[in-house]
Design a protein around this ligand. Structure first.
Ligand SMILES: [Zn+2]
Length: 189
């Protein structure tokens, strides 16, 4: 999901992206009832001005065409075609995207992704990707959010030795996160 505030230049997406999204929305509605799926995701706001569904749908569509920032996503939500896709008239601000995406329930997201994958598997969507009759998944671990000062309750820690201004060796604690991603690999180009 687009998660940075970088890229203050908020340009609109181009025509190929718009037609890609148009096709994606049609396909995802038919195959996965996309809007129903998005309606199952909640963010815990007690009286939301904008329901979670169009916000989640905008986040998904933004991911499909690699919109790099919430600020640009906000610009897209001003377009009437976008508003039709997500079923909400009016702009959705970058603040709202930030607030809601921090509060989505990972468990609900996981359930939605598993449901989509089961449907894809049942529809034999992965058959062409098999290598010698097997589906192959590669796992890749990455380290993220390394800091000497900021941390949260889920942070991993390690002691590192470095030199201070006078050249003396000092030990300090570093905080970081690790993520493991799974990606299906195939011989299909
Ligand atoms: Zn942390």
């Amino acid at each position: 999901m687009p998660n940075s505030y970088a890229g203050t230049k908020a340009s609109r997406m181009n025509n190929p992206d718009a037609s890609l999204l148009s096709g994606f929305v049609r396909y995802a509605q038919k195959r996965f009832q996309l809007s129903l799926l998005a309606a199952g995701l909640t963010d815990g706001r007690p009286q939301p001005e904008i329901p979670a569904r169009p916000i989640v749908l905008s986040l998904v569509l933004g991911e499909v065409v690699h919109i790099p920032s919430f600020l640009q996503l906000q610009e897209e939500t001003k377009v009437s075609q976008w508003q039709r896709w997500v079923g909400h008239q009016g702009m959705i601000s970058h603040d709202t995207f930030g607030y809601v995406s921090e509060r989505l329930d990972p468990e609900q997201l996981g359930r939605a992704v598993r449901w989509v994958n089961r449907r894809l598997k049942r529809g034999k969507a992965f058959e062409a990707n098999k290598i010698n009759g097997l589906l192959c998944v590669s796992l890749d671990a990455n380290e993220q959010f390394c800091s000497d000062h900021r941390c949260c309750q889920q942070c991993l820690t390690r002691q590192v030795t470095c030199k201070d201004a006078s050249g003396q060796e000092v030990k300090k604690t570093q905080y970081y996160h690790k993520q493991v991603g799974a990606r299906q690999i195939s011989s299909v180009k």
